[in-house]
Design a protein around this ligand. Structure first.
Ligand code: 5GP
Length: 136
């Protein structure tokens, strides 16, 4: 349980947020520090740390809300595209430990870059692939 995150406080109405949408399972609100205007966070009402521990149904509800909202946010903001992002654990940039999906409006020439890719050395792709497949 993540009783004390800022997002629980938003869910309980203890601190204000610009609510975009709400249903039985999920809540969506404007990010306080948007990458671009309209940047929205979708969270489950059930406290859940991140994608590494969320149950299938809860994640399904969250992603359905993301699917519902993304085109509407794109249209409302006049964005040219949308990034969908989830940061999981501090190494991946997670700061608030209540699962949240970022819906980020993007504009041609907005200057925000995606992360740079790097190359596999010989044999590295097979090694990591085998490690992943062993767990499937
Ligand atoms: P993370 O890095 O954990 O994926 O992203 C957390 C996000 O929550 C950040 O983009 C940050 O701007 C947003 N955020 C943090 N505190 C608040 C808050 O009190 N209200 C709102 N609306 N967003 C917040």
């Amino acid at each position: 349980m993540n009783e004390d995150t800022i997002f629980e406080k938003i869910l309980k109405g203890e601190i204000p947020a610009h609510k975009v949408y709400e249903n039985e399972y999920t809540f969506a609100f404007l990010d306080i520090a948007p990458i671009n205007k309209g940047h929205t966070l979708v969270i489950p009402k059930l406290p859940t740390r991140n994608i590494l521990s969320v149950d299938q149904k809860t994640f399904g509800h969250v992603m359905e809300t993301v699917r519902f909202l993304a085109p509407k946010i794109k249209e409302a903001t006049g964005a040219d595209g949308i990034n969908i992002g989830i940061n999981n654990e501090p190494a991946a940039g997670q700061v608030v430990f209540h699962l949240h999906v970022h819906i980020m409006p993007r504009f041609i020439g907005d200057g925000k870059k995606l992360w740079p890719g790097k190359e596999y050395l010989a044999g590295e792709a097979d090694i990591v692939l085998n490690s992943i497949k062993k767990l499937l």
